[in-house]
Design a protein around this ligand. Structure first.
Ligand code: GLP
Length: 260
């Protein structure tokens, strides 16, 4: 573990349980929190420290309900010191295919609502795959190229699907996968139905691959709540299998899991 921030025990301030888990010669740092609020405070602390220490960092950013508390705190902090995001570059993990940025259910709309509209990020530095691109495969290749041109992701935050998916990489995804178009499972579409009231959830999406995510220098996974309990336990068990995408994180050198 190279980065000092990952070694800082948050227990004293945030009442977390901190441990380094080992399995088959691999290690993951794990912090468990009693509440979702405490988890969000820790995630926001990691986020803000990263952009303070490296103002031009490229961040991998998640959507979903889990990171909302983190974004809320980051926005609150950055409205006090407005220059937080001046040179920060962001890459979202995924986007639905077949809908445009302006669609109310798009992750593009989501990101503007929860973060981009409230901080001084340069819109040219925010990257989200274009789900409405005419040639989706070319769009995926372009996205990978943009990440490479930004010198790779410095820190990526992830949520956890209840079937263990990360971004939109469903069970069975090869760990070498790159950004590509995927078909969503029925369970993932059902879990995300709230973004599409009265409408069909898109059947496909563009997602960073597991290989793309693993190339990030540091990774922080956030997982909270009863719906995630089984997936959290499975991740914690340390069994690495392509049948459970999040377990790929065990192969990463600087991965921190925050659970509550
Ligand atoms: C979606 C997103 C994932 C996210 C997952 C969990 O499938 N594509 O990136 O991690 O939902 O979402 P939630 O945090 O709402 O449970």
């Amino acid at each position: 573990m190279q980065n000092s921030e990952f070694r800082i025990r948050s227990g004293a301030i945030l009442h977390s349980e901190f441990c380094i888990l080992h399995s088959a010669g691999l290690a993951v740092i794990w912090e468990s929190f009693p509440t979702y609020d405490a988890l969000s405070a820790r995630a926001a602390q990691l986020f803000l420290t990263a952009i303070r220490e490296q103002p031009n960092i490229a961040l991998g950013l998640p959507t979903g309900r889990t990171p909302l508390g983190m974004y809320e705190r980051v926005v609150a902090e950055c409205s006090r010191q407005y220059h937080c995001f001046r040179d920060v570059v962001t890459f979202n993990l995924d986007e639905y295919a077949g809908i445009s940025c302006e669609h109310p259910g798009s992750y593009c709309t989501f990101m503007k609502r929860v973060l981009f509209d409230h901080v001084d990020v340069d819109p040219r530095n925010t990257h989200i795959p274009d789900g409405a691109a005419g040639d989706l495969d070319a769009e995926c290749a372009r996205y990978e190229g943009d990440i490479t041109a930004a010198a790779g992701l410095g820190l990526t935050f992830l949520g956890l699907g209840s079937n263990g998916h990360i971004a939109f990489n469903e069970p069975g995804t090869p760990w070498t996968s790159r950004t590509r178009v995927v078909e969503l499972t029925a369970s993932t579409r059902a879990a995300n139905a709230a973004l599409f009231p009265g409408q069909e959830v898109p059947t496909h999406a563009i997602t960073m691959g597991i290989g793309t995510i693993l190339d990030s220098k540091r990774i922080v996974l956030l997982a909270s709540g009863e719906r995630k309990r089984e997936a959290i336990e499975r991740l914690r068990s340390g069994v690495s299998t392509e049948g459970f995408p999040a377990s790929a994180l065990w192969t990463h050198e600087e991965c921190l899991v925050l659970s509550s």
